[in-house]
Design a protein. Structure first.
Length: 126
């Protein structure tokens, strides 16, 4: 099976030795998206809602670069540093996945890169 690296300037560059996403067959696997502004390379200011919006905008940009949209997402995983923020993140998430939302797992983690409060990764199907 061949693979194709997906990369866009509309989402933050990788901050380590990994790709923004990889297409393998009819699936695309995204790397975890954190709330970095792709123009400044800095974490967005504000609270968990602001961070969730930016991470999801980054994810959407990668989906579009792969030739699809958030409608192609079949599975997401959310990583939160504080599960008490789950409701707020869920409300933002629902704005992006309005119709037939994908399967999802959400886990609490001790820490995330650059001190952000959430990270989201996805699997797309074409």
């Amino acid at each position: 099976m061949s693979k194709k690296i997906i990369s866009t300037t509309k989402a933050p560059s990788a901050i380590g030795p990994y790709s923004q996403a990889v297409k393998a067959g009819n699936l695309v696997f995204t790397s975890g998206q954190i709330p970095l502004d792709p123009e400044t390379g800095k974490v967005v200011e504000g609270g968990i809602r602001d961070q969730a919006h930016q991470a999801l905008r980054n994810l959407r940009a990668i989906c579009e670069e792969a030739g699809g949209s958030l409608l192609n997402v079949v599975k997401t995983t959310l990583f939160l540093t504080d599960m008490s923020q789950f409701k707020a993140v869920n409300e933002v998430y629902a704005e992006y996945f309005t119709d037939q939302p994908p399967a999802r797992s959400t886990v609490q983690v001790a820490a995330l890169p650059l001190g952000v409060h959430l990270e989201i990764e996805a699997v797309l199907s074409f």
